[in-house]
Design a protein around this ligand. Structure first.
Ligand SMILES: C[C@@H](N)C(=O)N[C@H](C)C(=O)O
Ligand SMILES: [Zn+2]
Length: 267
C-alpha cells in the first residue's frame, strides 16, 4: 500500500511533467522561439519571415565601396531601376530616410548573379525591373516608425487595403530587414510593349501587402502565377531564394555578410 509520502511524490512528478509540457508548448508558441514574426492565417505564411535569427551588427562603412558593394549599373548599364523608396511612390508616401538617390547597391557576387539573371532573361525577350536593393538601417527604422503611427493611413487604399496597419510589421515589413545586409532585392519582370517594356501582370503591384501577394496565392490567376513562377525560376537558377509572402522579394544564398547590416546612404 502506498504511503502519503509516495503518493505525494508521484503527484509531484506528474505536476513537474505537466509543467515541462506547458513550458514546451509555450516555447513553441512564443515569438522569441520562432525565427520570424507572428504567423499569418494563410498556408503560405507558415514560411519564416526574412528576419535575422541573431540581430546583425551594424557596419561603420560609410559608402558602398567600403561595404564591398557595387552599383548594379556598373555591371548592366541599361538595367531598369525604379527605386521606389527614393521618391514618393511607395507605402510611406514620401522619400524614405537614407535614400538620397535612386541606386541599387549589392555585394559584388550578388550583383554578378543578378547580371546573369538579366542576361538569361534578355535571351528570352524579357528584362528585370528593380524596385529596391540594399536598404540602409535608417530606412528600416523609418519604416518601423511609420508602422507605429496609426494616424497616418494615407497609403492604405493602395498598399494594405485588407490589413490593419498594426499587422504590417513582421510578415510584410521586417524590423531587421535582409535588405540592409546587401544580398536582398525586390524586383519584377518586364516584357516588350510598344516602343519599350512594361511589367508582366503579377496579380498585385509591388509592396501590396495582402495574401494575394503571396507567391503561390491561390487567388492569383493561372497566368499571374505563371509569371511569378517564371521570375522565381530565373532567380533560383542563379542562387536567389524567394520570400513566399512577397512575390517580388529575393535573397541571394549564402549571403556574403549574414551577420552584418549597413547604414551608408543610397546615393
Ligand atoms: C517592404 C518590402 N518591400 C520588404 O522588403 N519586405 C520584407 C519583409 C523586408 O522588409 O525585408
Ligand atoms: Zn524586399
Amino acid at each position: 500500500m502506498k504511503t502519503w509520502r509516495s503518493r505525494a511524490s508521484a503527484i509531484a512528478v506528474e505536476a513537474c511533467a505537466l509543467l515541462v509540457l506547458i513550458g514546451c508548448v509555450a516555447a513553441v508558441r512564443s515569438p522569441q522561439a520562432r525565427t520570424g514574426p507572428a504567423p499569418s492565417p494563410a498556408p503560405a505564411a507558415a514560411a519564416a519571415a526574412p528576419v535575422a535569427a541573431v540581430a546583425p551588427t551594424i557596419s561603420t562603412a560609410q559608402d558602398a565601396a567600403a561595404a564591398g558593394m557595387v552599383e548594379i549599373r556598373s555591371l548592366v548599364p541599361d538595367i531598369d531601376l525604379e527605386i521606389r523608396y527614393a521618391g514618393g511612390d511607395n507605402f510611406v508616401g514620401r522619400p524614405v530616410a537614407g535614400y538620397l538617390g535612386a541606386a541599387c547597391y549589392l555585394h559584388r557576387p550578388v550583383a554578378q548573379a543578378l547580371a546573369r539573371v538579366e542576361r538569361e532573361l534578355r535571351a528570352q525577350g524579357l528584362r528585370l525591373r528593380i524596385y529596391d536593393c540594399y536598404r540602409p538601417v535608417r530606412a528600416v527604422r523609418d519604416f518601423v516608425a511609420w508602422a507605429a503611427d496609426p494616424d497616418d493611413q494615407k497609403t492604405k487604399p493602395r498598399y494594405y487595403p485588407t490589413l490593419d496597419k498594426s499587422r504590417l510589421l513582421g510578415d510584410y515589413i521586417s524590423p531587421t530587414s535582409g535588405h540592409s545586409r546587401g544580398a536582398t532585392l525586390d524586383l519584377t519582370l518586364l516584357e516588350p510593349s510598344g516602343e519599350g517594356y512594361a511589367p508582366l501582370d503579377m496579380g498585385t503591384g509591388f509592396d501590396f501587402f495582402d495574401e494575394l501577394a503571396h507567391t503561390d496565392a491561390p487567388g492569383a490567376s493561372l497566368a499571374q502565377r505563371g509569371h511569378r513562377q517564371r521570375l522565381r525560376a530565373a532567380m533560383q537558377r542563379e542562387g536567389f531564394e524567394n520570400y513566399p509572402l512577397e512575390w517580388w522579394h529575393y535573397t541571394f544564398k549564402p549571403e556574403p555578410t549574414p551577420r552584418t547590416a549597413f547604414d551608408f546612404p543610397v546615393r
